[in-house]
Ligand binder design. Structure first.
Ligand SMILES: [Zn+2]
Length: 490
């Protein structure tokens, strides 16, 4: 079995107990291991059966310096799982852990330091996660704790004096978000939620001096970047994104199973944030939010090699634009295709059906097909296997008054797809003389000739006026063509 452990740390001994679930077995044995440049290879004395748990006890020591993901100082600090400050299995392997966290009792240690970990911390300082987790995180500092009760659970925030003025507002917002997601995705899956102000490093691979990430959200915990909190304004979008990870990434865990996609965590979290915008500020503001996502992705495709959503992973430079931004838009398209009732039922069934289980894209697709009773092969092929986005163009618009009925107009047009062909249904809206009429059309080919009779003379034609589908923002999807920076205006 392979583990990762920071190269600066010395591994002294490894022991196994068990095998039995969660390792309360009686047998204890030393395990042979070797450690090479951060990679620890364990050779177990016997095979571990399917479904059996094993407790592995590591004895190691040392000091980590110059790792942005582990900051230890006299005033405060934090540890993220990616710093490899403990022997860590690979992302996607869930484990439970008992960790003892102690601050050295030195004379220069200030009073009142408070430690925060996901799960519970007992008197002796043992951290016991309630559920298996994929990583261990902690933070400590000179915090003030505030909390509120919500449905018999505790929502708390640990913050510094500088941010204490907005702590109550943050708790209220967090409560509102939890309430909303519980309705949309299913009951909040954990016993409590703890928000913690802390410094955070820049994303992996970012140029030096880059801004720190806004937040990180392991189970039951949300780390929020101090810089954002000290601006004195509740970072609502960040909170909505990070809190949704309790469902998307924690309840349905991040996995490395073949066919898994990080879209389940980051695409879903980005769209969850948009859903909360819709709930609090309305549909129009949500659309603006989503259009902005689309532009972030479009811009990135101008200077980076695009990648399909289904196979874009964290090491790709397109990870954020494709998985977060395009991913949120694709989830919105699925909502458009299924309708609200079926779409939210799919999310709930996915969250409950894959609680603490590895899910693949195929698993999600089959839930979506079963709930909606629709075949979704072409949707998933187009949006997860292909790069890019559709480019629709309205052309050859012709109209004439119907003979003997001067109010009625016969209209014909062609809708072409330039570039890669995407399949599906779209609405076409006709506007004129204060009237509006919409027709649903199906695309499966390079061009679709259409003709309709309308009870008015159309002055404007807009393809997909509610902007369900991410598409080339050139304005070719509007007739007469004009440049449009935002969503369709009626
Ligand atoms: Zn996220």
């Amino acid at each position: 079995m392979l583990f990762l452990l920071h190269p600066a740390l010395e591994l002294e001994a490894v022991e196994v107990k068990g095998p039995s679930p969660y390792g309360s077995g009686s047998r204890e044995e030393k395990v042979a291991f070797d450690k090479d440049d951060g990679l620890v290879r364990l050779r177990f004395p016997q095979r571990i059966g399917k479904g059996e748990g094993l407790e592995v006890v590591f004895q190691y020591s040392g000091q980590i310096r110059d790792d942005e993901r582990l900051k230890i100082g006299p005033e405060g600090g934090y540890g993220l799982s990616g710093a490899f400050w403990y022997p860590q299995n690979f992302t996607g392997d869930l484990h439970a852990a008992r960790v003892s966290l102690h601050l050295p009792n030195t004379p220069d240690r200030p009073d009142g330091l408070v430690g925060v970990v996901p799960g519970t911390l007992d008197q002796e300082g043992y951290f016991s996660p309630i559920l298996p987790v994929f990583g261990i995180y902690f933070a400590y500092g000179n915090y003030t704790k505030k909390s509120i009760a919500w449905r018999g659970k505790e929502i708390s925030i640990y913050c510094t004096n500088e941010s204490a003025t907005i702590a109550d507002q943050i708790l209220k917002t967090a409560e509102d978000i939890l309430e909303f997601y519980s309705q949309k995705f299913g009951e909040y899956p954990f016993d409590n939620l703890t928000l913690v102000e802390t410094e955070l490093p820049a994303p992996r691979g970012a140029p030096s001096g880059a801004q720190g990430i806004g937040g990180v959200a392991p189970p039951t915990l949300v780390f929020l970047n101090s810089i954002l909190l000290r601006m004195g304004k509740v970072p609502t979008n960040l909170l909505a994104h990070e809190i949704s990870h309790q469902w998307w990434g924690n309840l349905v865990p991040v996995s490395l199973k073949k066919g898994y996609t990080p879209w389940f965590s980051e695409g879903f979290a980005t769209y969850s944030d948009a859903l909360y915008v819709e709930k609090t500020l309305g549909r129009e503001r949500m659309m603006q939010h989503l259009v902005k996502m689309g532009h972030l992705y479009f811009q990135s495709t101008l200077y980076l090699e695009d990648e399909p959503l289904g196979t874009c992973y964290i090491n790709s430079p397109m990870y954020r634009p494709v998985v977060y931004a395009k991913g949120a838009r694709v989830l919105h398209s699925l909502r458009g295709l299924l309708g609200d009732e079926a779409f939210f039922r799919v999310l709930k069934e996915f969250a409950s059906g894959y609680a603490l289980k590895d899910a693949t894209l195929a698993d999600f697709k089959s839930i979506a097909e079963e709930v909606s009773q629709k075949k979704l092969d072409s949707f998933f092929e187009d949006w997860f296997e292909k790069k890019g986005f559709p480019h629709y163009k309205i052309s050859e618009v012709k109209m004439e008054a119907v003979e003997g009925a001067p109010q009625k107009f016969h209209i014909s047009l062609i809708i072409e797809q330039l570039g890669e062909i995407f399949t599906g249904s779209l609405e076409v809206a006709f506007y004129g003389q204060g009237a509006e009429e919409r027709k649903e059309i199906f695309f499966g080919e390079r061009s679709a000739p259409l003709s309709f009779t309308l009870p008015f003379k159309p002055e404007r034609i807009v393809l997909d006026p509610d902007y369900w589908v991410l598409r080339e923002p050139s304005g070719d999807d509007i007739w007469p063509r004009f440049f449009r920076a935002g969503g369709a205006k009626k």
